[in-house]
Design a binder for this molecule. Structure first.
Ligand SMILES: NC(=O)c1ccc[n+]([C@@H]2O[C@H](COP(=O)([O-])OP(=O)(O)OC[C@H]3O[C@@H](n4cnc5c(N)ncnc54)[C@H](O)[C@@H]3O)[C@@H](O)[C@H]2O)c1
Length: 316
């Protein structure tokens, strides 16, 4: 299946970024949201994202203004999805909202259109039930910002057809993404489950007074995150095991990890005291005090591109 015409339903942070990516790769993109004001700011953001891509040589020499001609905005869901092969839904992270959108799209989109949700962790098995074509629904979860971060997690539900997963995987590869297909649904999928496990400990270290917000972040980015940009945790520990590799690591450091796990908190909602310490700590970070959000985002995006130049396609 050739995917050339796509709709981005929901034009917030993630919808705008997906629209940038699809347009930059030559797709015709209909962007839909409920209010004109949101669409106006989405278009401003997409224009600025395309300018950023062009300045960094990521628009194949195309003029961002011309690429922008391929983007149409509308408040009408019918208009947005009526002629497309693929919909990327990025509305609020609530089952009721997503189900209402899927039900409405199902009634008006072409019968062979694929519906992909950007959800950060909801189960598509639950959402696809409200459609008449559940086999054509799946999760395509990006990492923010989708027009720069390659990962997309493809999560089929109980009724998703394997050929639909394959078609989306092919499409994502074609537009430069790095798809990972889950074998089985799990709330939060892979990357957010890992992030959630790490974030709980990061919050707890602050809450228990072990370190400041700034030092917890520094310990990550000046240490493990540098290796993680190249290798996942498993290959990293394979090297950590020396000549004996991962087997030696499991044998020798497994018990040490076990002793740390025993001391870790396992709360399932952020304790109020911890939340206020983290919020205060982040608010008082030097960079947050001295730079605007926009300046930090631009710096982040430029550095992501530099990191990608180093790691893309890189093999030992
Ligand atoms: N923010 C992130 O880092 C991130 C990363 C990956 C995935 N996601 C997921 O992407 C989705 C969107 O997140 P976001 O951060 O862009 O949120 P957001 O609040 O910035 O944007 C959501 C948009 O959806 C619109 N919307 C709500 N109901 C709608 C409807 N019925 N029809 C059309 N538009 C509707 C809202 O007006 C809003 O503009 C969520 O499912 C979220 O979990 C977010």
């Amino acid at each position: 299946m050739d995917i050339e015409n796509v709709a981005c339903v929901g034009a917030g942070l993630i919808g705008q970024s997906w629209a940038t990516l699809f347009a930059s790769k030559g797709c015709a993109v209909n962007v839909q949201d409920q209010q004109e004001a949101i669409l106006t700011s989405a278009l401003t953001r997409i224009r600025s994202n395309l300018g950023f891509l062009a300045r960094n040589g990521l628009l194949d020499g195309a003029d961002p203004q011309e690429v922008l001609q391929g983007v149409t905005v509308t408040t009408s869901l019918v208009e947005a999805v009526k002629n497309v092969e693929y919909v990327q839904e990025s509305v609020f992270e609530e089952y009721d909202v997503k189900k209402a959108v899927f039900r409405e799209m199902d009634a008006v989109a072409p019968k062979d259109a694929i519906f992909a949700s950007s959800s950060s962790g909801l189960l598509i098995t639950e959402i696809q039930r409200v459609t008449t074509q559940p086999d054509r629904c799946l999760i395509a979860h990006p990492f923010n910002p989708p027009h720069l971060i390659p990962l997309v997690e493809l999560v089929p539900g109980e009724q998703t057809a394997p050929d639909v997963v394959q078609a989306v995987s092919d499409f994502m590869r074609r537009i430069g993404k790095a798809p990972v297909v889950l074998r089985r649904e799990a709330p939060g999928y892979i990357a957010n489950r890992l992030s959630a496990a790490l974030w709980r400990e990061a919050i707890d270290l602050v809450d228990q007074g072990v370190a400041s917000v700034e030092d917890v972040d520094k310990a990550l980015r000046m240490g493990p995150a540098l290796r993680w940009a190249l290798m996942g945790v498993h290959l990293t520990y394979h090297l950590g095991g020396g000549p004996g590799g991962i087997e030696h690591f499991v044998d020798t450091l497994g018990p040490a990890f076990a002793s740390w796990w025993k001391t870790m908190n396992t709360w399932t909602s952020i304790p109020a005291s911890a939340a206020s310490k983290v919020i205060e700590g982040v608010t008082n970070m030097n960079v947050v005090q001295t730079k605007s959000r926009e300046e930090i985002v631009r710096w982040r995006d430029e550095k992501i591109l530099e990191i990608l130049k180093v790691v893309s396609g890189s093999q030992p």
